[in-house]
Design a protein around this ligand. Structure first.
Ligand code: PMP
Length: 291
């Protein structure tokens, strides 16, 4: 990463601007109602320069969320904005945060006439879970049901994750696990769940869970089977790991009072994922967009 001699740049409505020069009006609709959609994407340093991992899939998921709010998201424009911002900031290993939101025009709930905005920020630091010591706890909160709020990266929906995360942290855990009323595992606040038992890898499937791109990647890489899993089933697993763009592949040390061992399968899969995202594993180059 090139040393930063000025405020980082971000892409905002068509141009690169200095982050310290920006202000959003206090009547921004998204600030009042969470009417926006975002993504969490990562770029990695590879032998051939920086590359973004599965950029198209992330922006397509964002487009779906935008569509629900009536926001027109131009994926090819968002792609260019992402690459331009990474280049402007000289970031190689970076977390990329695009956000599309409803701006001003009315503070009512009919959003048809509101202004629409898009920004892309890139940051050299990624917020991790608790590394290989991650301790999970079952949340007393329920995940937003898909029938009320689709599992897309809609801003307002993340209040649900934040409540669960706050509650878990207050009890000394790193991360919360959402379980539904019937005892089925949903996901974590910002990552999907996998388990390993008798050498078989299972991707936890639930309609209220975000269809994670890392989850999809890990199914491809590990041959995991996707199926519903109960909390009881998870507690009987040999290994549990969670995965997401920020979390990558993180082994779970403990789930409430259940302690897991040294997670050999997870360690191997985490190392494989680390090679794939850096273009060090043949056959997966199509997942990388060169910066
Ligand atoms: N679930 C939730 C609630 C998330 O916020 C994330 C992070 N985007 C994930 C799962 C993992 O998704 P992905 O692998 O696409 O980053």
């Amino acid at each position: 990463t090139r040393p930063q001699t000025h405020a980082p740049m971000l892409w905002f409505d068509g141009a690169l601007v200095r982050t310290d020069a920006l202000q959003a009006p206090l009547t921004t609709h998204a600030m009042h109602y969470g009417t926006g959609v975002f993504e969490g994407i990562r770029s990695y340093a590879t032998r051939d320069g920086a590359a973004v991992f599965r950029l198209h899939e992330h922006l397509e998921r964002m487009r779906k969320g935008a569509e629900l709010l009536g926001i027109d998201l131009d994926v090819s424009q968002a792609t260019k904005a992402t690459l331009q911002t990474l280049r402007a900031n000289g970031h190689r290993d970076a977390y990329i945060r695009p956000l599309a939101w409803l701006g001003t025009g009315s503070i009512g709930l009919d959003v048809a006439a509101l202004s629409q905005h898009l920004m892309v920020a890139t940051m050299p630091n990624v917020v991790h879970l608790g590394g290989n010591h991650t301790r999970l706890t079952v949340s007393p909160w329920r995940r937003n049901p898909a029938s009320s709020l689709p599992p897309l990266k809609l801003c307002g929906g993340y209040v649900n994750s934040i409540l669960a995360k706050r509650e878990a942290k207050a009890r000394g855990f790193d991360e919360a696990l959402f379980v539904d009323e019937d005892g089925f595992v949903v996901e974590c606040t910002g990552a999907n769940v996998f388990m390993v038992r008798g050498g078989w890898v299972t991707a936890v499937e639930h309609r209220d869970a975000l269809p994670g791109i890392t989850r999809d990647t890990m199914i491809t890489l590990s041959g995991a089977r996707s199926r519903p899993v109960t909390l009881g089933g998870l507690l009987e697993a040999d290994e549990v790991f969670v995965c997401g763009t920020a979390a990558e592949v993180t082994a779970i040390k403990a789930l409430d009072r259940r302690e897991f061992g040294d997670n050999p399968v997870t360690r191997e899969l985490a190392a494989l994922y680390a090679r794939v995202v850096r273009g060090e594993e043949p056959g997966h180059g199509a997942w990388l967009t060169s910066v």
